[in-house]
Design a protein around this ligand. Structure first.
Ligand SMILES: Nc1ncnc2c1ncn2[C@@H]1O[C@H](COP(=O)(O)OP(=O)(O)OP(=O)(O)O)[C@@H](O)[C@H]1O
Length: 615
């Protein structure tokens, strides 16, 4: 923010001087009403009822009643003028925050900011009403007191001014404390918002103590801010007592003296009417309104008018030649743990994939494969390190537009098949393209069985494998060059899986990362990333078979051993099936994870089944 709030406020009001003038003009009616609040009853008493002229007394009371009507008319006009003043403020703020939100692409922050703009509007309207009302009421009351008897002005005016002065002095420190309290309150709310949904994970990660300590710090900070605010709040009450209540006490205490020095009983009653009916309520509204809403408005405006933090320069992908195309995916020393006290699931991982690459990610169950895809997809943020998709930082809008994640649980919604398949496309997908995609991925038989692209789909009537084919074809049709298949083919048979994977691998300009479900997935990929907690191995299938014990173990887990009689028969294919995995050479034992019958049902000796012995 380059200019302070008071200056901006003055500039804002100066630009709308006509509305301000209209507001002041209508407020004068309120001053007149206040004047009559004390003056008319005083005259009614002195010149009417006490003088035995009931008619005159009633006439003066009638004047007071007329004053109320005129004042009410003025108040209605005042509201219209206030609206003319505050609506442009709101419009300006909303335009500003929407422009900023659109520039930054942060829709969550945007809705919060527009809500704050509404708060600013309401608070500003309240402030204008109470401060204006106090000024015009005070002028009317003080003028009335002076007209009735100048000594009354002394008795009421001096404490009133002292109270207002004291209130004025407390304004700045109070605003600062109010702001400190709001900030501490928000920090605590934010902390609870983050901690409460994650209580289970915090317990699971054994991070209770650091989380509790961090929360306690914020609670202490809020308590300190609240105590400090309360101490200053006492001064506010003192100023109200001096300015609003002390004059009443003084009027009563000095009544004999006043009556003995030319002040009439009517004037005394009038003065009491001014203090109790006009000055005290107006001062109370001012103290509460400006004291609380004023500082809140200052906080909200400061936030809304703050210029966005300059974005750090985008880190360049680690490429030797700047003119070379950015890698489809790059991870630089990426570390991630599910909580501050938890062991990292991914640790200092480096990876660079060129456009068109095909990577299989393998590893034991629970090692972090899905976590890795979630990091690349921007669903999780690394604790350290940087991720780029097509040269764009993750998380970020541009990176998100360039990747598509297909999770294990495929999502199909009620509607036509064409609607389901075109969901990730900004433009309508031509039918020929849709059919070609369905053919490539292997959805065509289902598409035909359902009755074509226009047929309605009942997600519940589809099998898990059919739902996966729909989700895969939808991703295939998207413009995102990077496809992340996180066990997205686990319900397909090996042949269908191969077809779908090949389709993605052959997408023009497409890069494919597959969390491998079968050994055949890893063999098809150009490169394999074998995850093993803190250490990872990266290379081709053959390279990893040579140098990664973990990978050999995984392949062993995937590869079924033939029953003894089959080996005894000396079937060269069957021996090859085992030896081909490279297991025989290093003397390791191959562990069969499933009975032979199931393997054969799967139709591929080397595709024993899912990693980690899930089924
Ligand atoms: N939301 C979470 N909060 C805390 N820990 C989690 C969370 N999600 C996963 N984990 C843990 O992180 C580790 C890695 O999980 P992840 O799902 O990435 O493994 P995976 O290799 O994909 O497993 P699988 O092959 O069984 O799908 C596991 O120990 C898991 O329990």
């Amino acid at each position: 923010m380059t200019e302070g709030l008071p200056r901006r406020g003055v500039r804002f009001l100066r630009a709308r001087w006509r509305v301000v003038a209209r507001l002041a003009a209508w407020s004068v009616l309120e001053t007149g009403q206040t004047f009559l609040t004390g003056y008319a009853p005083a005259r009614a008493l002195d010149e009417g009822f006490l003088a035995g002229r009931t008619g005159a007394g009633l006439a003066w009371l009638g004047v007071a009643g007329l004053g109320v009507l005129v004042g009410a008319f003025g108040t209605v006009r005042v509201y219209t003028a206030v609206a003319e003043l505050v609506e442009p403020l709101r419009d300006g703020l909303v335009a500003r925050v929407v422009a900023r939100g659109v520039r930054q692409g942060d829709s969550a922050a945007l809705s919060g900011l527009t809500q704050q703009a509404e708060i600013a509007r309401d608070t500003f309207a309240g402030l204008v009403l109470v401060s204006r009302s106090f000024v015009f009421t005070a002028v009317g009351a003080l003028a009335g007191l002076f007209s009735l008897a100048p000594p009354l002005l002394l008795v009421v005016g001096v404490p009133l001014l002292a109270g207002v002065a004291l209130f004025g002095l407390t304004l700045r420190p109070l605003a600062r404390r109010q702001e400190a309290f709001l900030v501490a309150d928000e920090a605590l709310a934010e902390r609870f918002g983050a901690v409460c949904p994650g209580l289970r994970d915090i317990t699971a990660a054994g991070a209770e103590e650091p989380v509790a300590a961090g929360t306690e710090l914020r609670i202490d900070a809020e308590q300190r801010a609240a105590c400090s605010l309360a101490r200053w709040g006492v001064l506010r009450v003192v100023s109200l007592t001096i300015g609003g209540e002390l004059p009443i006490v003084l009027l009563l205490a000095t009544a004999p003296w006043l009556l003995g020095h030319g002040v009439t009983p009517g004037a005394l009653v009038g003065a009491l009417a001014y203090t109790t009916q006009s000055l005290l309520p107006a001062l109370r509204n001012l103290v509460h309104g400006v004291g609380t809403s004023g500082s809140r408005l200052a906080v909200v405006l400061r936030r809304l008018l703050r210029e966005p933090e300059p974005q750090p320069p985008e880190p360049q992908p680690a490429e030797p030649f700047t003119e070379a195309p950015a890698p489809a995916l790059s991870l630089a020393s990426v570390t991630f743990a599910y909580g501050p006290g938890a062991a990292p699931v991914v640790e200092r991982l480096d990876l660079v994939l060129s456009p068109g690459a095909h990577l299989a990610v393998v590893g034991p169950s629970g090692i972090g494969k899905s976590t890795l895809t979630a990091l690349v997809a921007g669903l999780l943020e690394p604790d350290r390190g940087r991720i780029h998709v097509c040269g764009h930082p993750v998380p970020g809008r541009r990176a998100a537009a360039r990747r598509v994640l297909i999770p294990q649980q495929a999502y199909v919604h009620t509607g036509t098949l064409a609607e389901n398949l075109g969901m990730l496309r900004p433009d309508p997908v031509p039918e020929a393209e849709l059919l070609a995609a369905a053919g490539a991925v292997g959805l065509l038989p289902l598409l035909e069985a359902l009755g074509g692209p226009g047929a309605r789909v009942d997600p519940a009537a589809l099998s898990a494998g059919e739902r996966q084919l729909v989700a895969l074809t939808r991703a295939y049709l998207s413009y995102a060059p990077l496809a992340l298949l996180d066990e997205a083919t686990c319900h397909l048979d090996p042949r269908a899986e191969e077809r779908a994977e090949r389709a993605f691998a052959e997408r023009p300009g497409g890069t494919l990362v597959v969390v491998a479900h079968r050994i055949s997935s890893a063999r098809r990929a150009e490169k394999v990333l074998a995850m093993d907690g803190r250490s990872t191995a990266y290379g081709t299938h053959e390279e990893l078979m040579r140098r990664s014990a973990l990978y050999r173990d995984l392949v062993g887990g995937w590869t079924p051993v033939r029953s003894q009689p089959a080996l005894a028969l000396g079937d060269p294919d069957r021996v090859d099936a085992v030896a081909g995995t490279g297991l025989a050479g290093d003397g390791r034992h191959v562990v069969a994870h499933r009975p032979v019958g199931q393997v054969q049902a799967a139709g591929d000796l080397r595709d024993g089944g899912p990693l980690g012995g899930e089924d």
